[in-house]
Design a protein around this ligand. Structure first.
Ligand code: NAI
Ligand code: MG
Length: 502
């Protein structure tokens, strides 16, 4: 990697990184109550990008109070739904104006290639806010005919109101920092809630920048509050008794803790947790398309996707050929900093994540799995958190690398003999987030889609997302659906009004 291919951050990004970054509470930029800050690292070389406030439980409490006031007494609830939608649309326009700033911050902070952040993370964010801007004016209750058999002759009019839940805590991960914040914020605000957002400690920058745009767009004070901090900061939010609902995306382990923390005031919970998604390739598939597709399924975002196609299952007739193609693709992936123009895959988000993934690779190797590609840390990139794209051959169901979420560029491949075995194996983990099926046979596609216990099944594609397509898990991958109209279920509650007409 030569310095010449590295893009310098633009002047606005430099200015942002050099500014005194603060929490956003009640429309104001404030330091943490303790005055403490923590370092934000560039995972391509572990240099310090900047520092952000280390919010604690006192800051969470301040933010929750601001959100409560905004919800109960502020101007927010008095806005018409059209005005609410317009604010979200304005926000999307501002993000579009600052697309390059967001893309660079995302690349520097998370390690992902700048080209990907420009083409995927930020445009999806803009589109998502526009989708929910439009939805703000279309949330509605219903009128119901009721019979009331014990009141013969009486006349009733029954209608429902779909109301916001109130103060919502949102705890987000580091793999798509801006987009994960967006998936949670868009629907919550369209439905009229107020929010306290806790970004991941590894990647707080794009959320703080987004905070500036909420203020600029004219959202009333306290509607969106942003508190940067670590796991204990998230825990303070999850257990706060004046939070009505908490939404979490992250590890299944922390998902359990969120549910426990919610018990105090029985707040509502939605969870988007880990996955171990299979890519299932039948012998009749277009093998070129499938090989490229299953490689993208695992290597996109360096395997740090909850729905990464981390298990490859291939019909035995084409197993060798397909796995070889995927391994060849893996070997050709160019690793480097996200800000380098020729990078296909950047570093993982942190040393911690690199070590976690390396441990899984070593467990695969010591369990006798053969690495057809990768299998460790690439040479010459020691300063960053890199892992070589890895393809394990002929793994067996009991292996840790087949059962546990790795969250890195590590694929575990195995053959299958028939459709029933493919479905059974596909379902043989504790997760159920997503899956892809690769076949030209529409009957097989339907049967496998129906047989899999997964929240999303892709056919002849993988990692396709849209604001209008629901996303969420079966089994230990969580509950509740993000995006689409379904997400409204998690951010509204139904009030029934029954009027007797005399
Ligand atoms: P994590 O689940 O610990 O972190 C996710 C978010 O939860 C962060 O904002 C973090 O500060 C917060 N958090 C941590 N402990 C908390 C607690 N007790 N209460 C409330 N909030 C808390 O994930 P981590 O440690 O960064 O990664 C570990 C593994 O989790 C990864 O290797 C991957 O397998 C999985 N993961 C899955 C994600 C997904 O999209 N489903 C995203 C991130 C991680
Ligand atoms: Mg953790």
């Amino acid at each position: 990697m030569t310095e010449a291919t590295l893009l310098e951050p633009c002047k606005d990004v430099k200015a942002f990184l050099n500014s005194d970054l603060k929490l956003l509470i009640n429309g104001q930029r404030v330091s943490s109550a303790s005055g403490e800050t923590f370092e934000v690292l560039d995972p391509s070389n572990n240099s310090v990008l900047t520092r952000v406030p280390k919010g604690g439980s006192e800051d969470i409490d301040r933010a929750v109070r601001a959100a409560r006031n905004a919800f109960e007494t502020g101007p927010w609830r008095k806005l018409t739904v059209s005005e609410r939608g317009k604010l979200l649309w304005k926000l999307a326009d501002l993000i579009e104006r600052d697309l390059e700033i967001f893309a660079q911050l995302e690349s520097l902070d998370n390690g992902k290639p700048l080209a990907i952040a420009r083409a995927a993370d930020v445009p999806l964010t803009i589109d998502h806010f526009r989708y929910y801007a439009g939805l703000a004016t279309k949330i509605h209750g219903e009128t119901l005919d009721i019979s009331v058999p014990y009141a013969p002759g009486a006349e009733f009019f029954d209608f429902t109101l779909r109301e916001p839940i109130g103060v919502v805590g949102q705890i987000i991960p580091w793999n798509f920092p801006l987009l994960m914040a967006t998936w949670k914020l868009g629907v919550a605000l369209a439905a009229g809630n107020c929010v306290v957002l806790k970004p991941a400690e590894q990647t707080p920058l794009s959320a703080l920048k987004l905070g500036d745009l909420f203020v600029e767009a004219g959202f009333p004070a306290g509607v969106v509050n942003i508190v940067t901090g670590f796991g204990d900061t998230g825990a303070a939010l999850a257990e706060h008794n004046d939070v009505d609902k908490v939404a979490f995306t992250g590890s299944t382990e922390v998902g359990h803790k969120i549910v426990q923390a919610s018990a105090g005031n029985l707040k509502r919970v939605s969870l988007e947790l880990g996955g171990k998604s299979p890519s299932i390739v039948f012998a009749d598939a277009d093998l070129e398309l499938a090989a490229q597709g299953v490689a993208n399924a695992i290597f996109f975002n360096h395997g740090q996707c909850c729905c990464a196609g981390s298990r490859l299952m291939v019909h035995s007739k084409v197993y060798e050929e397909l796995v070889e193609r995927v391994a060849d693709t893996a070997k050709k992936i160019k690793l480097g900093p996200g800000m380098a123009s020729d990078t296909d895959m950047g570093p993982l988000v942190s040393r911690e994540q690199q070590e976690r993934v390396l441990k899984y690779i070593n467990s695969g190797l010591s369990n006798g799995a053969e690495a057809l590609a990768g299998g460790g840390i690439p040479k010459g990139l020691d300063a960053g958190c890199y892992i070589s794209p890895t393809v394990f051959n002929r793994v067996t169901q009991g292996m840790q690398i087949v059962q546990e979420e790795i969250f890195g560029p590590v694929l575990a491949a195995s053959p299958f003999e028939d459709l029933e075995e493919a479905i059974a194996k596909g379902n043989d983990t504790e997760f159920g987030l997503a899956a892809s099926v690769w076949t030209r046979d529409i009957n097989k596609a339907h049967k496998v889609a129906k047989g899999l216990k997964a929240g999303t099944v892709w056919v002849n594609c993988h990692n396709i997302f849209d604001a209008n397509a629901p996303f969420g898990g079966y089994k230990k991958s969580g509950y509740g659906r993000e995006m689409s109209l379904h997400a409204l279920e998690m951010y509204t509650q139904v009030k029934n009004v029954i009027i007797q007409i005399h």
